[in-house]
Design a protein around this ligand. Structure first.
Ligand code: CO
Length: 171
């Protein structure tokens, strides 16, 4: 039922919405997670939030290495206890051709649920923690563009304008 799902691009308004918590942990949710992992891998991404396939529910998938055993699924994620700060390069499957250095917490704690609805906690730092923060931003309607300073926006202005033009042409 999710074969038609595609990754949506900025400035689709669904990317700016606050996503709602998942309440039903059923087969649909498993099918959705599988489809999201497929789309993420197909597009060589390291993370994908449900909002990016047009579904505003609080869930994301990630894989920091590309190895199938490193697939991770987070439902109703909550980040806490941020420590330190680090700047690092980020891109986004909904913002093709756009890259910027973004300041993120260096390490952070995560509470979330798995596909069965079972709660779990994890702690990560560096690249993994960065992906978490990027994906949780998506669930709150925040994009890289909202985190970029004027210099980064200027550096990416051509790609941003092209995406906006493409959206106007298609709608
Ligand atoms: Co993204």
């Amino acid at each position: 039922m999710y074969e038609d799902l595609k990754i949506i691009l900025y400035p689709d308004p669904r990317l700016s919405k606050i996503s709602k918590p998942v309440e039903k942990f059923d087969q649909n949710l498993k099918d959705l997670a599988a489809r999201m992992l497929f789309l993420m891998r197909e597009n060589r991404g390291v993370g994908l939030a449900a909002a990016q396939v047009g579904l505003n529910i609080r869930m994301f998938v990630m894989n920091a290495t590309g190895k199938p055993e490193d697939d991770r699924i987070y439902i109703n994620p909550e980040l806490s206890e941020p420590l330190g700060e680090e700047e690092g390069e980020e891109g986004c499957l909904s913002l093709p051709q756009i890259n910027a250095k973004i300041l993120r917490s260096l390490s952070i704690a995560m509470k979330a649920r798995d596909l069965e609805g079972k709660p779990f906690s994890q702690l990560e730092s560096g690249y993994m923690a960065r992906i978490w923060q990027h994906e949780v931003d998506h669930l709150n309607g925040t994009l890289l563009l909202d985190r970029m300073g004027p210099v980064a926006k200027m550096a990416n202005r051509k790609a941003i304008k092209e995406l906006e033009q493409r959206w106007r042409d298609e709608h």
